[in-house]
Design a protein around this ligand. Structure first.
Ligand SMILES: Nc1ncnc2c1ncn2[C@@H]1O[C@H](COP(=O)(O)OP(=O)(O)OP(=O)(O)O)[C@@H](O)[C@H]1O
Length: 447
């Protein structure tokens, strides 16, 4: 098998040499450049598997190379070498598509981990070819965009902050990023930060040594060590108490943890994903969430929109859930009447996909065995009224056309009610301003 080929870009000969020796010992061939121009020329000539670049170069900076590599037909993993403590440039590089960073002075064991992760990424198409075990369903434009973003993010080590309402699919998104990444052979550890008693948090996160406190009867590994080599998903990250936020920030920044009662720090290799249904930005403003931690975990932001903003996803979700709940194949699953489906598409789903699962589970217990009707869904009375008055009649057009008509009517009504003030109309419709603008564009009603 051919040895992988890495490009090293640094203007300091000593550092170039150190990196070359380290990589050569890992059976990786290397080429070096001392500036941006030289690096670009080599990148055009040779099929590299990886690039390691210093940030400060005589004729420019490493970010230019990160940008340049994204434009190549076969983009390769690129990691930046940053001055110690300069998290800003590391974060900026990851936002631009660098898959990770290492800080100076370069810790060789951290470098080896990084290089191994990078090379797993470039194993010919292995990431893309890997079959996902879970799938994020939905044919709406926004869901297609989210799936494409997941594929892209799976190739990076950057922390991702997933926002969205409860039950909208944030954990599923996190699992998919992990399953499609080079870390998928290691653990995906999902933690609900709101469910851990505050006094146990430090030991749960970082582990403890036997005898370090009453009740510590043996050494215990924490979540970080459980996720070693894999992904740590912090759900409800907004619920972390301030003292733990400080410790978490340190662990992420240094890539090291110190178990309770232990003198030595232990290096850890995890990818951090986090989520919450709360508004972390507001919490930073009111001082209940640390700005520096927010900045660090929110390198890449991925928003999962509520189900009511993508009613077009409901049919495929219904099919999937009914198959899952009844263990039937897709041809023998129970079916929904057209009016029941239309009612679901009108419903505002405060509990999102999780609520849809519950509604269907209940309906399966109630329906008469032929098809699931509106009454079997047990939706709140007001949403049923609307649905009945707007029943779907297939002779008048397709379901998509029918839904578009309803949507157009509701949007126009809200704009008229609010004197064409988009912000107020969005509020009335229970949408963010951004989603209203997006919908206006889709409906060709942009003004
Ligand atoms: N697009 C989707 N395709 C298939 N299943 C989905 C989709 N979105 C959500 N689900 C399912 O809905 C349920 C809730 O999703 P998930 O737990 O990921 O939501 P969440 O946003 O993390 O919720 P919470 O904020 O309460 O933790 C899960 O069973 C998940 O598999």
């Amino acid at each position: 098998m051919n040895k992988p080929l890495a490009l090293i870009v640094d203007d300091e000969p000593d550092i170039r040499e150190l990196l070359e020796i380290t990589l050569n010992r890992m059976a990786i061939q290397t080429c070096s450049a001392e500036n941006v121009a030289g690096a670009k020329a080599l990148l055009r000539q040779k099929p590299f598997d990886l690039c390691l670049t210093d940030m400060k170069l005589p004729d420019g900076n490493g970010l230019e190379l990160v940008d340049f590599i994204q434009t190549l037909p076969d983009s390769i993993p690129v990691a930046v070498i940053t001055a110690h403590g300069n998290m800003e440039s590391a974060i900026l590089a990851m936002k631009k598509g660098a898959f990770d960073f290492v800080s100076k002075p370069v810790d060789l064991s951290a470098l080896r981990l990084l290089v191994n992760n990078a090379l797993k990424l470039s194993e010919a198409g292995s990431v893309k070819a890997r079959q996902p075990r879970d799938s994020l369903l939905g044919e709406s434009v926004i869901m297609q965009e989210i799936r494409a973003k997941i594929d892209k993010l799976a190739r990076s080590q950057a922390p991702v902050y997933i926002s969205g309402e409860s039950g909208s699919g944030k954990e599923l998104v996190a699992r998919l990023i992990h399953q499609r990444s080079s870390r998928s052979d290691h653990a995906f550890v999902a933690i609900n930060c709101g469910a851990i008693p505050h006094e146990l948090m430090e030991s749960e996160f970082f582990g403890h040594k036997k005898g370090s406190f009453t009740g510590a009867v043996s050494d215990k590994k924490g979540f970080f060590q459980a996720a070693e080599g894999g992904t740590l998903f912090l759900d409800e990250v907004a619920d972390l108490p301030l003292p733990l936020q400080v410790k978490l920030l340190r662990a992420i920044q240094e890539k090291k943890i110190r178990p309770v009662g232990e003198q030595q720090e232990i290096p850890v290799d995890i990818r951090l994903l986090s989520a919450t249904h709360k508004n972390l930005g507001d919490m930073v403003k009111d001082g209940s969430f640390r700005q520096d931690l927010y900045y660090r975990i929110n390198v890449i932001d991925l928003h999962v929109p509520p189900l009511r903003e993508r009613p077009g996803d409901i049919p495929v979700l219904v099919d999937h859930i009914l198959v899952k709940l009844t263990d039937a194949d897709s041809q023998h699953r129970p079916v929904l009447s057209a009016s029941a489906l239309a009612a679901l598409q009108r419903y505002h789903f405060p509990g999102n996909v999780r609520e849809l699962e519950n509604i269907l589970e209940r309906a399966l217990a109630l329906y008469d065995g032929s098809s699931i009707e509106i009454d079997d869904l047990n939706l709140p009375a007001d949403s049923r009224k609307v649905a009945k008055s707007q029943d779907f009649d297939p002779s008048l057009g397709s379901l998509a056309e029918h839904l578009e008509k309803i949507e157009r009517k509701a949007v126009t009504q809200a704009l008229e009610d609010n004197n064409w003030d988009k912000t107020a109309a969005a509020e009335q419709l229970g949408l963010s301003l951004r989603s209203l603008c997006y919908r206006l564009k889709q409906l060709d009603m942009d003004y």
